[in-house]
Write a protein that binds this ligand. Structure first.
Ligand SMILES: *Cc1c(COP(=O)(O)O)cnc(C)c1O
Length: 354
């Protein structure tokens, strides 16, 4: 019987993770995020799917990155490191900065100048990271971080750090624990491709351990103008409003293709307008506010459903990777602005049509 008090993903799933009793666990009690049945969305799509939403925006720094960061920072501390570094489209830096603060480590983050959202930037700054803006894109920032962490005593905490993947695979365990089975399909946005890699690893390990009998088909979605895996080539200048997946040369490219092929799934792309549509549907229909990148998986499910891809009554889990308040500017831009009226009762009532 598990301890009823939640103390983070390492505490809960340590038998599946590369930790020992000596590992100093750096945690903000991440994980244990809700798996929400999307009743209204299911009805909207014609009731031929069972859709569950894994709301990863409810992690301590409001994205799934915390699952991997608790592992990466705990292991860095165990190995005697005093500093961590990452390149980031925003959420990795927010998470690294928080977990480094938690254990008194230094944190350096390299961000593409002007390309990260205000919420994420404010987090890294508040948690006390050294924030460096690079005149270049994410891929260039990651190249710099790889070189610097090769030469200096700083631990790299991007998802090429294998401990990140280890921590992130716990998302798959939680889904199976709640459903008492694996889903038929696992829909997920794909950027640097660490998360699709991690979930696939998690499902396979749970099957190996006899916790589930079947494996899901992994269906990943890139943004249309940032779709290197779909197009089979590096994208030099990736573009999309979904900044968290604006990546032209994914670090876990091969692993993502393995997840796709081993699971008999697919990796497809969705346009920015399909992403925005799903983004608004999640908020309007389900009361769930995510950042644009997080809506890419749902946009993909909507697209494939229209094509008749899914057998009837398939069980689909969509990973909602990050919280909507990360990028409030985008939400305001795609919504109706507030109507301005004089501070008089009859004006407000008139506006409401009474
Ligand atoms: C990091 C991130 C992604 C992409 O995950 P990868 O592991 O890079 O594929 C998607 N959505 C959000 C909100 C993210 O922070």
């Amino acid at each position: 019987m598990n301890d009823p008090i939640w103390r983070g993903v390492i505490d809960r799933y340590k038998e599946y993770l590369p930790v020992t009793d000596k590992t100093p666990i750096v945690t903000l009690f991440e994980g244990n995020t809700p798996l929400i049945e999307a009743k209204n969305l299911m009805r909207e799509l014609g009731n031929n799917l069972r859709i569950y939403l894994k709301y990863e925006g409810l992690n301590p720094t409001s994205s799934f990155k915390d699952r991997g960061m608790t592992m990466a920072v705990s292991k860095a501390l165990e190995e005697g490191s005093r500093a961590v570094m990452c390149a980031s489209t925003g959420n990795t830096s927010a998470s690294a900065a928080a977990y480094a603060a938690r254990c008194g480590m230094q944190c350096v983050v390299l961000i593409p100048e002007g390309a990260i959202s205000l919420g994420k930037l404010s987090q890294a700054m508040m948690y006390g990271a050294r924030v460096v803006a690079v005149k270049g894109n994410f891929d260039q920032a990651l190249d710099l971080v790889r070189e610097i962490t090769d030469r200096y005593p700083i631990t790299l905490v991007n998802s090429i750090n294998p401990y990140r993947i280890e921590g992130q695979k716990t998302g798959a365990f939680e889904i199976c624990d709640v459903l008492s089975q694996a889903p038929d399909y696992h829909a997920i946005p794909v950027g640097n491709a660490g998360n699709i890699t991690a979930y696939w690893k998690g499902y396979k390990e749970y099957k190996q351990a006899g916790k589930i009998d079947t494996l899901p088909k992994m269906i990943g979605f890139q943004a249309a103008r940032s779709a290197p895996i779909v197009e089979g080539r590096v994208i030099e200048h990736p573009e999309t409003i979904a900044t968290a997946i604006r990546i032209g040369n994914p670090a876990s490219w091969k692993k993502a293709e393995e997840a796709r092929d081993e699971s008999d799934g697919l990796i497809d792309k969705v346009t920015d307008s399909e992403i925005i549509k799903a983004y608004k549907m999640l908020a309007h229909l389900e009361g769930i506010f995510v950042e644009p990148a997080s809506a890419a998986g749902v946009a993909g499910v909507i697209k494939l459903n229209k094509r008749g891809y899914f057998p009837k009554d398939s069980l689909v889990v969509c990973i909602l990777t990050g919280h909507g308040l990360k990028d409030p500017d985008r939400a305001v831009k795609v919504s109706e602005p507030p109507v301005v009226v004089p501070a008089r009762l009859e004006k407000v009532v008139e506006l409401l049509g009474y």
